[in-house]
Ligand binder design. Structure first.
Ligand code: TMP
Length: 213
């Protein structure tokens, strides 16, 4: 029987370097002989990417209701789980996702103000016990991340247009999640040099691989 793969997620606010570090994690696991599927949320399948577009669009005519936003996120997640995450894990591949449900607790819960119990209900309904085995939370002060985002330029999506205090609440939300599940979710100081961030990630992955073997 094929052994079930592991599920790793990367989390963090805007501009903390998730994409660069996602590639790093993928390459690192490859170098250890592990087959990896990389993906992202919102999105990860064609249908879920259409839901992502709805979530990120700046629609001046009709603001998206907070509850509708939450349900769209879980609708995309259900599709993503069914079409990508569960099949890959069942094939024995490891899945590395740029964001997952911790983001929902941080953004829709802590930042938008939806009660965490309601989110936990949907989490249970949609995921039925499936949760990440390891989450790397790339953490940095909101002001650093805002500078990086500004330097990147381009048009801002619906979330990136939020104000600084929104991102402070996102950060607090992630911190609370990490405190609740310290074995699974580890903070990585993303304000360090990229080399140091990646050394920290590699060290954590090594520890985790050793404990899983
Ligand atoms: P990205 O910046 O990682 O591409 O994600 C797009 C946005 O989606 C980001 O601003 C955070 C937001 N988001 C939520 O609000 N809740 C969620 O559950 C997820 C996965 C993302």
């Amino acid at each position: 029987m094929t052994q079930q793969g592991r599920f790793i997620t990367l989390e963090g606010g805007e501009g903390v370097g998730k994409s660069t570090n996602l590639s790093f994690v993928r390459d690192y696991l490859h170098s250890r002989g592990i087959r990896v599927t990389t993906t992202r949320e919102p999105g990860g399948t064609p249908v879920a990417e259409r839901i992502r577009a709805l979530l990120l669009a700046n629609d001046e005519q009709e603001p998206l209701d907070d509850l509708a936003e939450l349900l769209l996120i879980f609708a995309g997640r259900a599709q993503h789980l069914a079409r990508v995450i569960r099949p890959a894990l069942a094939r024995g591949e490891w899945v590395v996702s740029d964001r997952f449900t911790d983001a929902t607790f941080a953004y829709q819960g802590s930042a938008r103000g939806i009660a965490p119990e309601r989110i936990a209900m949907l989490e249970q309904f949609v995921q039925q016990g499936l949760a990440p085995d390891l989450t790397l939370w790339l953490d940095m002060p909101v002001s650093y991340a805002a500078d990086r985002l500004a330097a990147r330029g381009g048009e801002r999506d619906r979330f990136e247009r939020e104000r600084g205090d929104f991102f402070e609440r996102v950060r607090q939300g992630y911190r609370a999640r990490a405190e609740q599940a310290p074995e699974r979710m580890v903070a990585v100081d993303a304000s360090q040099s990229l080399e140091q961030v990646q050394r920290d990630i590699a060290q954590r992955l090594d520890q985790q691989l050793a404990s899983w073997n």
